[in-house]
Design a protein around this ligand. Structure first.
Ligand SMILES: Cc1cc2nc3c(=O)[nH]c(=O)nc-3n(C[C@H](O)[C@H](O)[C@H](O)COP(=O)(O)O)c2cc1C
Length: 382
């Protein structure tokens, strides 16, 4: 697959300055549409793959039959590579003491919304990635699998790679990037603080802990020999060109695809993103038990005051979700998006891909032409 793109109107060709990710993933443009459980549909992923990027599906909460169906749907809509994404977390084991503490904390909200007492029965949940999911992946054999919150054990990674599956995962700091490289990853997603959705941190941490994309990407590039994929706050050609300037071999964009026609984003969320500003969001663990960048709501803000211990991810969802469903005015709603949402375009995904590629080409051209012009005038002035 050629890592280049011709623009018929101008006769120009964009050649990506770094081919490593395109070569690894066998794609034309080093742009990954982020897996977004619930929001990334097979239609969205197929449209991105067909446009030369890598479409992804967030499969964290899918049951085996749903996953088989989604993969079949994807294969029927694209012959190009695509990515299936899973969470890696230990079996949650919330103690009675933590449960009592959080229920005391949530009781006033439940009362305010005329809900019954919060349930003491949390759903039994297995580990995020287990042998059953591994077998399922070996059966489906997607071209690419990505992980969030870490990477499965070495034996599982080896089996995926032996099956010809490319394995990538997320790091939110340099130490995690090194762990992924040691754990057998083929590429590392460097997820900066700006990113919408869950922080891919390998262990739960305080919601205030995070490194911005601009600081993180070059340090990860220096720390590992693998291709690095920049993620977080990238929404247009300026962001993509900047990621390459930092040494990245590609980008992963989530929020930017939420406004595409094919995304599973519902009407109210589309309206929120249409009106978004740079200050709309915050990082909070109040909804799921793990840090995620989401809309700044009354619930998220109030849960930061005198922080309570929260049930293990994702059991907290069972306690916060009834509030979101019952709450008026979005005070309790869980809306995941990133700091760059105001840059979103409402386009079909294929058109957004074309726009992103064209914009990046324009930025490279403007930067390099100006640089060459400046050198030329400097020389002639001497
Ligand atoms: C709505 C939403 C859901 C997400 N769900 C997932 C997910 O299921 N798996 C995953 O690896 N990353 C998920 N992410 C994080 C993305 O992979 C990526 O790191 C992030 O979107 C990049 O930042 P940006 O939103 O500023 O583009 C999600 C992001 C958003 C916005």
């Amino acid at each position: 697959m050629d890592c280049a793109c011709s623009f018929p109107d101008t006769g120009k060709t964009l050649v990506w300055p770094n081919h490593r990710l395109c070569d690894l993933l066998k794609i034309e443009h080093p742009i990954i549409q982020a897996p977004m459980a619930g929001a990334a549909t097979p239609e969205l992923a197929a449209a991105v793959s067909n446009a030369g990027g890598l479409g992804s599906l967030g499969c964290a909460s899918m049951l085996p039959d749903g996953l088989r169906t989604a993969a079949r749907q994807l294969r029927a809509s694209t012959e190009r590579p695509f990515n299936l994404n899973f969470f890696v977390f230990p079996r949650p084991d919330t103690s009675d003491a933590v449960l009592t503490q959080v229920i005391d904390r949530l009781r006033p909200y439940y009362k305010e919304l005329s809900l019954d007492e919060p349930s003491r029965r949390l759903p039994p949940i297995g580990p995020g990635f287990d042998d059953e999911k591994l077998e399922l992946l070996l059966e489906i054999r997607p071209p690419v699998v990505s992980f969030h919150f870490g990477i499965p054990d070495a034996a599982a990674v080896a089996k995926l790679k032996e099956a010809g599956i490319v394995v990538i995962s997320t790091a939110t700091n340099v130490a995690e990037a090194r762990q992924l490289a040691d754990g057998g990853a083929d590429a590392v997603i460097a997820q900066g603080w700006e990113a919408g959705g869950h922080r891919g941190s390998h262990a739960p941490n305080r919601p205030g802990d995070g490194v911005g994309t601009l600081a993180l990407v070059p340090q990860v590039v220096d720390a590992v020999k693998l291709p690095v994929i920049a993620a977080g706050g990238i929404a247009d050609g300026r962001g993509i060109a900047a990621a390459f300037a930092l040494g990245a071999s590609g980008v992963q964009i989530g929020t930017g695809f939420l406004s595409c026609d094919e995304a599973g984003t519902d009407g109210p969320r589309r309206a929120l993103i249409r009106a978004a500003t740079d200050m709309d969001t915050m990082v909070t663990d109040a909804f799921t038990g793990r840090a995620a960048r989401a809309r700044r709501t009354r619930f998220a803000l109030e849960m930061e005051v005198n922080r309570a211990h929260l049930p293990d991810f994702p059991q907290m969802v069972a306690l916060s979700a009834p509030l979101g469903e019952a709450g008026a005015k979005g005070d309790f709603a869980f809306h995941l998006y990133g700091q760059a949402a105001a840059l979103n375009r409402e386009l079909p995904a294929g058109e957004l891909m074309q726009t992103l590629v064209a914009e990046t080409g324009e930025v490279f051209e403007a930067l390099f032409d100006r640089q060459i012009d400046a050198c030329v005038s400097e020389v002639s002035a001497r």
